[in-house]
Write a protein that binds this ligand. Structure first.
Ligand SMILES: [Mg+2]
Length: 370
């Protein structure tokens, strides 16, 4: 998928004339400016007015956000909008809160996580309990590096947090139930529910990528949206994971790769999760190899993902962006260096450790191939 700067509304003309038309958007950073206190964020009066005019024109407006329905409504001041709140876990429409039982079960547990994280010892860190989710913000921290490290350690030490999936956004960590629900599934559900034929989708953060991937997938089914193209071009790779050849098995394989990386190679890691992820990635890689498609997008993705998981499993320490819950300490004796991966002629992955030169000495670390 190629990003093209939107310099004129004419590029959207083919979409905005379609009915039923939807405007599905994130709120924070997209419709509401980012502010130092998240609780102060609001859409601008101009934005509120324009959303109202779109509603008056019969455009279905859905706001897909990490906020709770109540907070999202407070931020926009609009009740005619559909809210897919809590990252799609909660749907609010026409005054009715549609929370499923599976999601409701995590609300109390998220409260326990929020209590366990309340003692994070860093100035400027805010813990926000939003229904089944918990968000830990550090955008107000004077020392963001220290605050971020403190948050990671606190999450790793929280027993209740182990029931949640941890994702990192812009100066925020988000803990969500490990349910197959995200902004993308929420968007897809709303498109089908309202029979949308055209869609404009707006977002600004990593969690919004799920929405864009869903739009790309729906485009295959005839939805007009995102780029204005009537359907996927045969030569187009996109975030939904289609290959150059459009093989539906590749979309499934890329979803497996994505899930394995998300499960095993997130901010918090441990041996069991990494081994599980690596097994899934190696199966996928063999599968792609059997189809002689290693040179394709899915083939390259399977190699890179396997290399990431392999290196993550070997690195038995915590440092910077990753925290091994089974190896919580930094280990400069063995891991003050980088790992390098190559694909050998026989297709196997080779991994080397290259120690960094610090204080006139190169750290030897661990070497070996996989
Ligand atoms: Mg945002």
């Amino acid at each position: 998928m190629t990003a093209v700067p939107l310099t004129s509304v004419h590029a959207l003309r083919n979409i905005i004339s379609i009915r039923p038309l939807g405007l599905f958007s994130d709120i924070d950073g997209t419709l509401a400016p980012i502010v130092s206190r998240p609780e102060d964020a609001r859409v601008t009066p101009k934005c509120r007015e324009l959303l109202g005019r779109l509603l008056d024109c019969g455009v279905r407006v859905a706001l897909i956000t990490g906020r709770t329905p109540g907070t999202a409504r407070l931020m926009t001041g609009l009740d005619r909008v559909v809210y897919a709140a809590n990252h799609g876990m909660t749907l609010w429409m026409d005054g009715v809160d549609e929370t499923t039982e599976a999601v409701a079960g995590y609300v109390a547990l998220a409260g326990a996580v929020a209590r366990e994280l309340a003692g994070i010892n860093a100035v400027g860190v805010t813990v926000e309990h939003t229904g089944p989710n918990v968000a830990v913000h550090y955008r107000r921290a004077a020392d963001e590096v220290t605050a971020r490290a403190g948050i990671i350690e606190a999450i790793a030490a929280s027993p209740s947090a182990r029931s949640f999936r941890v994702r990192e956004g812009r100066k925020v960590f988000e803990l969500r139930p490990p349910l197959p629900i995200n902004k993308g599934t929420a968007l897809e559900g709303l498109v089908r529910r309202f029979g949308m034929r055209g869609l404009l989708c707006l977002g600004d953060d990593q969690t919004d990528v799920d929405m864009f991937a869903a739009v790309a997938q729906l485009r295959d089914e005839g939805l007009r949206g995102a780029s204005g193209q009537p359907a996927r071009r045969a030569d187009e790779e996109d975030l939904a994971g289609r290959s150059e050849a459009g093989d539906p098995r590749d979309a499934e394989r890329l979803e497996t790769i994505r899930g394995a990386l998300e499960r095993g190679c997130g901010v918090l890691r441990n041996r069991d999760d990494l081994e599980g992820s690596l097994a899934a990635l190696e199966n996928t890689r063999r599968d792609v190899e059997n189809d002689a498609k290693m040179a394709s997008f899915v083939g390259r993705a399977s190699i890179v993902a396997t290399a990431i998981a392999t290196c993550a499993l070997r690195r038995e320490e915590s440092r910077g962006d990753h925290f091994r819950t089974d190896f919580p300490s930094r280990d400069d004796q063995r891991w003050l260096g980088n790992q390098l991966c190559v694909i050998r002629p026989d297709g196997k992955l080779g991994v080397w450790y290259e120690g960094l030169a610090v204080g006139g000495r190169v750290h030897e670390g661990q070497t070996g191939d996989r």
